[in-house]
Design a binder for this molecule. Sequence first.
Ligand code: COA
Ligand code: AMP
Length: 631
Amino acid sequence: MGYRELYESWKSDPEGFWMEAAQAVEWSRPPSRALDDSRAPLYGWYADGECNVCHNALDRHVAAGHGDRKAIIYDSPITGAKSTLTYAETLDRVSRLAGALAAQGVGKGDRVVIYMPMIPEALVAMLACARLGATHSVVFGGFAAPELAVRIDDAQPKALIASSCGIEPGRVIAYKPMVDQAIEMCRHKPEFCVIFQREQVEASLVEGRDHEWHAFQEGAEPAPCTPVGGMDPLYILYTSGTTGQPKGVVRPSGGYMVALAWTMRAIYDVEPGDVFWTASDVGWVVGHSYICYAPLLHGATTIVFEGKPVGTPDAGTFWRVIAEYGVKSFFTAPTAFRAIKREDSDAEFLRKYDLSSLRLLFLAGERADPDTIEWAQRHLKVPVIDHWWQTETGWAIAANPAGIELMPIKLGSPTVAMPGYDVQILGEDGKPLPPNTLGAVAIKLPLPPGTLPTLWNAEERFRKAYLTTFPGYYETGDAGIIDDDGYIAIMARTDDVINVAGHRLSTGAMEEVLASHPDVAECAVIGIADPLKGQLPMGFLCLNRGCERDHDEIVRECVKLVRERIGPVAAFKDACVVDRLPKTRSGKILRGVMVKIADGQDWKAPGTIDDPAILDEISQSIAGARGGRKA
Ligand code: COA
Ligand code: AMP
């Protein structure tokens, strides 16, 4: 069956399609039906089924005689460490940690926050929670203590699992002081913490609250899997919205398992036992789905890579990993390839390695620019597949289903809608637009299994953010077009979310931080084009009347403030002081025009602008800030 037949088979019988897909995993109580539409427009999947995700990721494969198969390969060019865990060893570690957590009272429905770098213990911690039916919430290591605190207060975890440190090129980041600071700031206090001590930093432990990872598990009885309902949340993953309060995307257990298992063959063309590598971070959705859960659910081998595409130690590090472990399908963000291309434009490093195992390269997380795709195609000589998805969906909305039929690749397009997704382009009036017309990308409800059913403790926000603008549809927040062949192209966000090195960030959150600076009266943050990271944030600061302090000093303080409050991942390094911000007569800041000016695109003053002269001032301020930096 080719792609179009498959898509039609889903469309004509979604219930049959997803009931069949559900057979790829084991259920302690099989679901009697796939879709639950009793609360439409809120939907559920496999609601009366009972399952355990950890059982399907580990126990099932060991029971089938694959205990000796490699589950997790750890490769850390940043520390020089390498190790491997088989499925049996992973199961042993996970059930022991789960046993120790259970002994401290963690059980079904409890939340556990995980703050760990790219080490196998991060996956062990996630799977241990899944084993107990507890809901984990992983926080990316590049977020600072206040961001960790916001997530702790929202998720209200019983326990927190962290590592003593993360390691970035040239610096070791002590995590524990940030954990302590975050807990100090929180209204909700976790009952206890489990700390994995890395040799680079020994964290000090708080008596009575903190446990050292190994001592914590000593003598613990391995825990069995706790069955959970199909809609019980496996995890909460916070992502950026338009405000400083992140959105807690809820991931339901049953549908996620089914959808991920389906994608491994259909999209990634991976068989059990194959080596599948995603170079991302467990703190992002790509890491949840394709470093941790999907490869293990499918019985494949996953790689936990602690390093960067360049500088650890060189631009050949990806090729070394692919060659060393025989990676078949490889997934990363376009920005990683741009970084390699910038350092090694002729791909000299490639010649040192045998990449014959590699069949496919997948890119996602941001728009894949044609130059990068062509460069990768030319040098790797494998199909380069761009696919589009979001934290909210957990798996690809649009992709090239290589395991079913490799469709012709059109540069700039993540190809076609996957079964389960009825993607449409809508006009401002909510009506579908004809092919080749730019509009809001929306998905006709219901969304497929595995996607978010709601936001954690925020159902009203869920409805407002995603379901209200276009009744009957899920609003993706992206703008794009669909061509005559059904190929989708994602062009930009329709909201104030920006994408920096494949990381989704909220300009609203940065504005909240800048506005808290005592000299800042008003501000705006926009995303400007960057050849490496796709976008970079830039701040515009209007100072309080009468403030006569040095502007450069205020800018430096603002940059520091964003780093301390949000984290280094915000990559906020650029701001300028302006007299006024361009606004519409109703007071809305004209961010779109500011972006065009900053990116050197053609722009014209909108008719709604309060005072067009401000745009020239903005243009001069940007030029001045850039000139200053060059100097
Ligand atoms: N813990 C602490 N700090 C972190 C961190 C972590 N886990 N991850 C990143 N940071 C820091 C970096 O050290 C950097 O700090 P600096 O301002 O002191 O240099 C800052 O956050 C920005 O990081 P990053 O965006 O990674 O930029 P970079 O300049 O270090 O590297 C790339 C640029 C392109 C090599 C890098 O962004 C990359 O590999 N991207 C891949 C993207 C990806 O995996 N995206 C996930 C979605 S698929
Ligand atoms: P995140 O939730 O962090 O995965 O970010 C999701 C957003 O990243 C999407 O809404 C898009 O704006 C963008 N994005 C992800 N993948 C792609 C892609 N392949 N092409 C264009 N944009 C993408």
